[in-house]
Design a protein around this ligand. Sequence first.
Ligand code: SAH
Length: 225
Amino acid sequence: MKFHLLTIFPEFFDGPFRHGVVARAAQAGTLEIYLHDLRNWTHDLHRTVDDRPFGGGEGMLMKAEPIFSAVETIWPEKTAGQRVILLSAQGRRFTQKTARELALQNELLFICGRYEGVDERVAEHLADEELSIGDYVLSGGELAAAVIIDCVARLLPGVLGNSDSSVNESFEEGILDCPQWTRPSEFRGWRVPEVLVGGNHADIRKWRKEAAIGKTKRLRPDLLS
Ligand code: SAH
């Protein structure tokens, strides 16, 4: 799968994509990441990507032209299986379900906003959709794009060692994952639940299901309603 990032800070991604699952998947060729510097599509001396908002108000907005030119250069003819995503606090909320949907595409192109946001014509006429990673305001779309790519990457076939490990996880069945423990079985007097040490697999399965529901009730009752 191919991921394109359109950003004024390509070097931002040196960190997030150089470690762990995403780095390994890139090395194995399961995914490819292309960084595009938005300023390459500006034509003035200062390589301007922003301007003042019509109607006044504080801050600057990202201009439409460089973003349209960039996307139209990267994908001169957009095909099915290619999705343009504008990161935006106003977008549809990104969830594990959205990650599953996106993992079925061939290529994703992320437009990372900065400043006070992006000229609305990008949302209306260029992006297939606006996605938000949560109800809070970040200072740029880069972090949000990195979050989404990380989630989608680990769902791609062959990326996680044990193919089960993306199935029995939080949100996959509408509830949280069950709590888990590793050795030692006793630490500072806190003991691991006896059933897990016992080795009766039917009992363990049943216990885990109940523990997952219990934890969901306690921490995320909204998931159960
Ligand atoms: N004025 C805007 C926020 C701009 S923040 C508003 O109130 O909605 C600057 C950029 O950060 C945005 O263009 C977007 O690309 C990114 N961003 C901020 N919050 C985000 C979120 N929750 N999810 C995804 N991207 C976000």
